[in-house]
Write a protein that binds this ligand. Structure first.
Ligand code: AMP
Ligand code: MG
Length: 418
C-alpha cells in the first residue's frame, strides 16, 4: 500500500480573490460603533413599562427591606442564645407584617412575631415556631442561636439611592418587582422604535388572494411584522410594491416621514430586477455589505431621507437570519438599548457536517435529547425548515469538520425573542 498526500480540496480558494467579503464580527462591530439611539423619551407607570428600554438609570427611592424584619414565623427576643434549654416569658400582643408593635420587648422576654413583621424595639433574634414548645404565657426551646438569626437587616437587599436598573436595559417582570419594592412607580423609557416593513417583487401576492402558478405568497411580511412586535418594536406595515422604481421611491418617501427604520425584503442584490439596491445606489445612500454569511446574500444598508433602510434578501430564510443577526442588534441600538448579543450554548452536535472556510453559517436547528439536530436540508428556499427549527446553530468563519458529539454553538430562538 502506498501512502498518498491528501488531494487539494476543491474549495481551497472558496472566496474569489479581489472580492471583499466582510466577516460577520467585523460587520457587527462596525454597526455597533455607528448606531445611536434615535427615539424620544416618555415617562410611564410600571404597568406599562414591560419590554421598554430605560432611558435613564433608576435609583431606589427607599431601602429594601425598609426596616429590619423577620424572615420566619416564630418568637423574637434580644441577643444570642447559649447552648442548652431556655424558657422565656411572652409579652402580650404580637408583631405582624404591616402591623408595627409599638411597645418594646424587655430583655429576657419574647414576643410572637410573624414573617415580614418589623422587629419591635428590643428584638434582635427570632426562633422558628417549629423549634418552640408553647406553654401558658411562655415558650421553651433549645439553643444555641446567633444574634440576628432568622432576621433581615434594613437595606440588606437594596440601599436607598442605589442604582437598581441601568440605562439601556430592557425592562423585565422582575425589574418591575424591584422598582416597586424600592418605591419607584414610574420609569423614563424610550419611545418604541417604529419599524416599517416593505415587501418587494412582481411575483408576490397577499395571503388569501388568488395566485397564478408563477406567483408566490408574500411570506416575509407576516413573519417580520410579528417578529418585530415580539422584539418590542412598533411594527408598521408598509405593504408590498412591485419591481418598479417610481413606486418604490414613492413608498420609501412616504415611509421615511412616519417610521424610524425601514426593513425591505427582496430586490437587494445586483440583478436587473433588484430595484431596491438600484434605487438606493442611485440616491447615493447605499452601503452594500457583502457579508460573509450563509444564508444571506448582500445586505443593502442605506439612509433614505435620514431613515436607515435594511435591504434584506427576498428569500425568507435569509431574510430571517439577516434580521436576527444584523437588524435586531442595530434596531435595539436605535431604540436606546445596550448592544444585544444573542445567548448561545455549547451543546453536542447530533449531526455531521463538513463546512467550507470563508463565511459564517447559520443552520436551522433544534434541541432533542441533549443534542442539536439540524434540518434535513440547508436549501434557503425551505421555509418549512424555519418553522421546524427552534433555534440556529452558528458555525464559525473557518473550515470545520463536525462529527456527532462535537460541541457546537446553539442559539435558541428565544434568545432573539422569536
Ligand atoms: P430577490 O431577493 O428579490 O431576488 O428574491 C429572492 C427569492 O426570494 C425569490 O425567489 C423571491 O421570489 C423570493 N421572495 C422575495 N420576496 C419574498 C417574500 N416577501 N416572500 C416570499 N418569498 C419572497
Ligand atoms: Mg425580487
Amino acid at each position: 500500500m502506498t501512502l498518498k498526500p491528501p488531494p487539494l480540496r476543491n474549495d481551497c480558494f472558496a472566496l474569489p480573490a479581489g472580492v471583499n467579503w466582510t466577516p460577520v464580527d467585523q460587520a457587527l462591530a462596525l454597526l455597533k460603533t455607528r448606531i445611536t439611539p434615535v427615539t424620544g423619551v416618555e415617562t410611564v407607570p410600571l404597568a406599562q413599562a414591560l419590554g421598554r428600554v430605560l432611558a435613564q438609570d433608576v435609583l431606589a427611592q427607599r431601602s429594601n427591606p425598609p426596616l429590619p424584619n423577620t424572615a420566619v414565623d416564630g418568637y423574637g427576643f434580644a441577643g444570642a442564645v447559649a447552648e442548652g434549654e431556655h424558657i422565656l416569658p411572652l409579652v402580650a400582643g404580637r408583631a405582624a407584617a404591616g402591623l408595627a408593635y409599638d411597645g418594646s420587648v424587655p430583655a429576657g422576654q419574647a414576643i410572637r412575631i410573624l414573617t415580614g413583621a418589623a422587629l419591635p424595639a428590643g428584638v434582635e433574634t427570632v426562633i422558628l415556631e417549629e423549634n418552640v414548645t408553647l406553654g401558658a404565657g411562655e415558650i421553651a426551646f433549645r439553643g444555641p442561636l446567633k444574634r440576628g438569626a432568622n432576621t433581615r437587616k434594613a437595606g440588606e437587599d437594596v440601599e436607598a439611592g442605589e442604582v437598581i436598573l441601568s440605562q439601556g436595559r430592557v425592562v423585565t417582570p422582575a425589574d418591575l418587582a424591584l422598582a416597586a419594592a424600592t418605591g419607584v412607580s414610574t420609569l423614563e423609557v424610550h419611545l418604541r422604535l417604529r419599524v416599517g416593513v416593505l415587501s418587494t417583487g412582481d411575483e408576490l401576492r397577499e395571503a388569501g388572494e388568488e395566485a397564478a402558478p408563477g406567483q408566490i405568497y408574500d411570506a416575509n411580511r407576516p413573519m417580520l411584522l410579528t417578529l418585530l412586535a415580539q422584539m418590542g418594536f412598533e411594527a408598521i406595515d408598509l405593504g408590498r410594491v412591485h419591481d418598479n422604481r417610481a413606486a418604490l421611491q414613492d413608498r420609501l418617501d412616504a415611509a421615511a416621514a412616519e417610521v424610524d427604520v425601514i426593513l425591505t425584503s427582496g430586490g437587494a442584490s445586483a440583478g436587473d430586477e433588484d430595484h431596491v439596491s438600484a434605487l438606493l445606489r442611485d440616491s447615493g445612500a447605499l452601503q452594500e455589505w457583502r457579508i460573509a454569511l450563509k444564508p444571506g446574500r448582500p445586505l443593502a444598508l442605506a439612509l433614505w431621507q435620514g431613515v436607515p433602510v435594511f435591504g434584506l434578501p427576498g428569500n425568507p430564510v435569509a431574510a430571517l437570519v439577516c434580521t436576527l443577526i444584523f437588524a435586531r442588534p442595530a434596531m435595539g441600538g436605535m431604540a436606546g438599548a445596550r448592544w444585544q448579543e444573542p445567548l448561545g450554548y455549547q451543546l453536542p452536535a447530533g449531526f455531521a457536517k463538513h463546512k467550507k472556510p470563508g463565511r459564517r453559517e447559520f443552520l436551522r436547528a433544534r434541541l432533542r435529547d441533549g443534542q442539536v439536530e439540524v434540518f434535513k436540508s440547508e436549501g434557503s428556499g425551505r421555509i418549512s425548515g424555519l418553522s421546524w427549527a427552534e433555534g440556529l446553530v452558528e458555525l464559525g468563519d473557518g473550515a470545520l469538520e463536525i462529527r456527532p458529539g462535537d460541541p457546537v454553538r446553539y442559539i435558541p430562538f428565544e434568545s432573539f425573542h422569536l
